[in-house]
Design a protein around this ligand. Structure first.
Ligand code: GLU
Length: 494
């Protein structure tokens, strides 16, 4: 049997460090045994999935040096590798599950389900689908189908007992069936949910081992039962520990940038970032901290993954990146990295028109436009609140600006400016006053090139990271964070 692993990202946002981490471990596991590694795009969430995100995920995995044998762009014998192109297959198996009595139709409307949950909560129960679809007679189902009533297909779950499975990394895990809901498999729009699509694809793509994040453990019973219901042998299943912030909370962009692009823009070497991710819960048998992907493959042993949540610590990454720069790159190679990174005609072409009208000597450029190649600029944090707006208003408008930018799909100055204008208006600020702290956050100074242009050129990841740093300088207490979230609910969404 071919050892075949996969990473199955959902293209709904920035390429996440966690995806690279899971990909790396699956990759090493397969390659160590001469197996294959697959990228599958799980884009069944039609509303949140975007082509830009899909491309960004694949670009960043390639940038890191992880290559795949099968995937949406390279094809492969079990393709297509994008779930939105495989819907007919999922529908066929959903029907099969209904026909074999493993799944059932549910015609309940969302209002009916809301009422059901409310009633359960009023009784002090945990809200849960009550199995009403199972009570319908054959005739009722037929009449509903003939009348064209929208429906979902749900899987049947045993009412009692405990599900046991053997996790590749964690040994035996037991989950009582009463904690498992009758999962929707096929949605009213004809698209599958994660569970059905994932099982159908892992089976058809002949995946031998699945290593996914520990946040999925509770869904294992549903997944493994579906294999049984479909009469298929399940792949081995193991759950890797989640990456954590230094305070042990789940790695989140509020505390640490999580987008791989951010690390690229900040000037981390892909081999150093990959090396660091390889140290998350895993170590070389001889304990050496610096190792290449090839070293990791040769020495890889999934059983040696330690399950305590590995801490993603920027200081440690900085140290390792420095080692890679000093020990692995000749001066010529380092120069090539700089050129490839930002010291190139492409960036100059974008920055010079901004700078030309503002410099008297060529040397003025460094002072004026240094922020285009700086990571996070240093400045006096008092400057952020030195303008007309009160600190509270700066805090809130800055936070709203960040949230709005996070949802922005096409990063260009027209869109950025439109958001700035809307956030300023909402806070009854003149655009100039709103932009004052933003200017400092982005350029590190009180006068420089246009800030919105600078944001366009810097790109989404670095711009947002700088704004987040500014917000942290101003400070957001837990209480303030809560009230900001609440206030944001009233912000008119585009
Ligand atoms: N699409 C899922 C995710 O985004 C994949 C989980 C899995 O590996 O099964 O995490």
């Amino acid at each position: 049997m071919t050892i075949r692993t996969r990473v199955a990202p959902s293209p709904t946002g920035d390429p996440h460090l966690g995806t690279a981490y899971i990909a790396l471990f699956n990759y090493c596991f397969a390659k160590q045994q001469g197996g294959e590694f697959v990228v599958r795009i799980e884009d069944t969430d039609q509303v949140r999935s975007t082509k830009e995100s899909e491309q960004a995920i694949m670009d960043s995995l390639r940038w890191l040096g992880l290559d795949w044998d099968h995937g949406p762009d390279v094809g492969g014998e079990f393709g297509p590798y994008r779930q939105s192109e495989r819907t007919a297959l999922y529908q066929k198996y959903a029907q099969q599950l209904v026909e074999t009595g493993k799944a059932f139709y549910c015609f309940a409307t969302s209002e009916e389900l809301d009422a059901m949950r409310e009633a359960q909560m009023a009784e002090g129960l945990t809200p849960k689908y009550d199995g009403r679809g199972l009570l319908l007679s054959e005739d009722e189902i037929k009449a509903n189908l003939d009348a064209g009533k929208p429906y979902v297909i749900r899987m049947k779950i045993p009412a009692e007992g405990t599900f046991k499975f053997n996790d590749y990394l964690r040994g035996e895990i037991e989950i009582p069936w009463e904690n498992v809901d009758m999962q929707v498999l096929l949605k009213a729009d004809g698209f599958p949910t994660y569970f059905l699509a994932n099982v159908v694809d892992d089976h058809h793509m002949q995946i031998s081992h699945i290593f996914r994040g520990e946040e999925w453990i509770n869904s294992a019973p549903k997944l493994l039962k579906l294999y049984e219901d479909l009469g298929w042998t399940a792949p081995e299943l193991g759950h890797l520990p989640l990456l954590r912030n230094p305070d042990k909370s789940k790695l989140s962009k509020r505390k640490n940038p999580t987008s791989i692009n951010y690390y690229k823009e900040m000037g981390y070497l892909p081999e150093a970032l990959l090396n660091y991710l390889g140290r998350m819960g895993w170590s070389m048998p001889d304990g050496r901290e610096k190792f290449s992907l090839q070293d990791m493959i040769e020495n890889f042993d999934m059983k040696r993954v330690s399950l305590g949540g590995p801490i993603f610590d920027i200081d440690k990454l900085n140290w390792l990146n420095g080692l890679w720069i000093r020990e692995n790159l000749s001066n010529e190679e380092l120069m090539a990295r700089f050129i490839n990174w930002k010291f190139n005609a492409e960036l100059f072409n974008r920055v010079l028109p901004e700078a030309k009208t503002r410099i008297n000597t060529l040397a003025d450029l460094v002072d004026l436009a240094g922020h285009f190649v700086a990571g996070i600029p240093q400045y006096d944090a008092a400057l952020l609140t030195a303008g007309k707006a009160d600190e509270d208003v700066v805090r809130q408008s800055l936070q709203f600006f960040i949230w709005e930018l996070e949802a922005l799909r096409t990063w260009n100055k027209t869109e950025i400016f439109a958001i700035a204008k809307a956030v300023a208006t909402f806070h009854e600020l003149k655009i100039k006053d709103f932009l004052e702290p933003i200017f400092v956050a982005i350029t590190g100074k009180t006068s420089s090139t246009s800030v919105v242009d600078a944001m366009e050129i810097l790109g989404s990841d670095l711009s947002r990271a700088r704004l987040r740093v500014a917000l942290n300088h101003i400070g957001v207490s837990k209480k303030q964070a809560k009230s900001l979230e609440k206030a944001y609910r009233d912000y008119p969404k585009a």
